[in-house]
Design a binder for this molecule. Structure first.
Ligand SMILES: Cc1cc2nc3c(=O)[nH]c(=O)nc-3n(C[C@H](O)[C@H](O)[C@H](O)COP(=O)(O)OP(=O)(O)OC[C@H]3O[C@@H](n4cnc5c(N)ncnc54)[C@H](O)[C@@H]3O)c2cc1C
Length: 391
């Protein structure tokens, strides 16, 4: 029996799109299934990133989708202490971003089927079948890139993340108020009002901004945390008249850590595989698509062959993801006073100089060294939480 394509990709996520382009560049036939009626419509709420995040991808940031360039970020402790990091960042129009990449897929002859939801994946003989709302498709390999609530990986018998209970459930609202979009730094608030991760303020220019809350281990409905964050934000910024335009809900797999992301003829990428973040998802998709293309060319779609994707991903990212999880776990276990003390260590310091350049591990090492030199007792008081978190 013939197949409809060499590779079927489920989900036009950043990872799915990048996997499609990377495979198609090797002349592989691709069908991409997306259940939304149009790519990026409605858009995913993820719409910010910083310089350097795309360095490992083939993406060159394009003005077509950049809404606003930012000067940096401020991390704010429960008592209001601030760490200011000057590092260029971007707010993007996520719909335009996705449409820009959809055009790139079309240039690469990817067969995009929108409005088609995949229901199940069945391995049959040497092929794999995907049953969908538009009939059954078959291919040699399926790449699952269907986002955070990846029920298809589970149906295929995979456990793609190590800590699935650690998704940060989120609400992000587009809001409007006088001048709320004008500051040129993102603000990230940490503390017990956003347990396990953060509350965010992303000024989008003029009178528009996004306010978000990301919470781990307190259930999927985080609206009570969002309401508290909104009240706190209005008080802090002295805003009485704030209009909520639209609310998005979702999950960020920031601390879930990739686990079993390949099987015979199946690969998982992006949020579905615990690879959080737009740029990180795109790089994972590129690796995944390249390995899938090689497997098609060599007619070897076994788990052993496809594991090349997992190995390459781990080489580039494993220690970075583990470090990120450990830091988040340490923070989750700190009380507000610990966090204030930690942020206080950086008062008056040139944070950019401390962080320096290099790998995330070398940056983390320099930060730890600074903390120990500056106030050994305070820095050491944070270490029990860090040790508990398993660093
Ligand atoms: C509120 C919020 C804000 C965030 N902000 C940022 C940010 O600013 N920057 C950042 O880097 N990261 C951010 N993140 C992290 C975010 O999770 C990722 O960066 C990324 O955008 C999500 O990619 P994904 O791989 O999870 O897939 P998604 O972008 O969720 O894409 C999955 C796609 O698969 C489709 N799909 C699902 N099931 C099926 C099916 N059965 N059949 C066919 N199609 C299907 C969906 O319609 C969707 O288009 C944010 C997360 C949340 C929840």
């Amino acid at each position: 029996m013939g197949t409809d394509a060499d590779v079927i990709i489920i989900g036009a996520s950043p990872a799915g799109i990048s996997a499609a382009i990377a495979s198609a560049e090797q002349e592989i036939d691709i069908i991409l299934l997306e259940r939304k009626a149009g790519i990026g419509d409605p858009p995913h709420p993820a719409n910010t990133f910083f310089d350097g995040m795309f360095d490992r991808t083939s993406e060159i940031i394009h003005p077509e989708y950049v809404m606003r360039e930012m000067a940096g970020m401020e991390i704010v402790s429960p008592a209001g202490g601030r760490i200011v990091v000057e590092t260029p960042g971007y707010v993007i129009d996520r719909k335009k971003f996705d449409e820009y990449h959809a055009r790139d897929m079309i240039k690469h002859n990817v067969d995009i089927r929108t409005g088609v939801a995949a229901h199940n994946i069945i391995r049959k003989d040497r092929h794999i079948r995907v049953s969908t709302s538009d009939g059954t498709f078959s291919s040699e390999i399926v790449i699952i890139a269907d986002g955070i609530v990846s029920n298809l990986s589970a149906l295929a018998g995979l456990h793609p993340t190590k800590y699935p209970h650690d998704i940060a459930w989120a609400i992000e609202a587009e809001v409007e108020a006088d001048g709320i979009g004008e500051p040129d730094h993102f603000e990230y608030y940490i503390g017990s009002f956003a347990p396990g991760w953060k509350a965010t303020y992303s000024p989008c220019g003029g009178d528009r901004a996004n306010l978000g809350i990301f919470v781990r281990r307190h259930g999927q409905d985080v609206s009570r945390f969002f309401d508290l964050w909104l009240a706190r934000f209005k008080k802090e910024k002295n805003i009485s008249d704030l209009k909520i335009i639209r609310k998005h809900t979702g999950g960020d797999p920031i601390a879930t850590i990739p686990n079993e992301i390949v099987a015979d003829r199946i690969m998982v990428a992006g949020g579905a595989a615990g690879q959080s973040g737009i740029a990180y998802g795109m790089r994972a998709g590129e690796i995944c698509g390249t390995v899938a293309a090689k497997a098609i060319v060599t007619s070897n779609t076994s788990k052993k062959e496809l594991s090349g994707y997992q190995r390459l991903w781990e080489k580039e990212f494993k220690s970075e993801y583990n470090l990120g999880r450990s830091a988040l776990e340490a923070m989750r276990k700190m009380d507000d006073k610990d966090i204030d003390r930690l942020v206080g260590l950086f008062a008056g310091a040139d944070v950019n100089r401390i962080i320096g350049t290099g790998t995330p591990i070398s940056k983390a090492f320099r930060v730890m060294r600074f903390m120990l030199r500056r106030r050994p007792v305070s820095a050491l008081s944070c270490i029990p939480s860090v040790i508990k978190a398993g660093i």
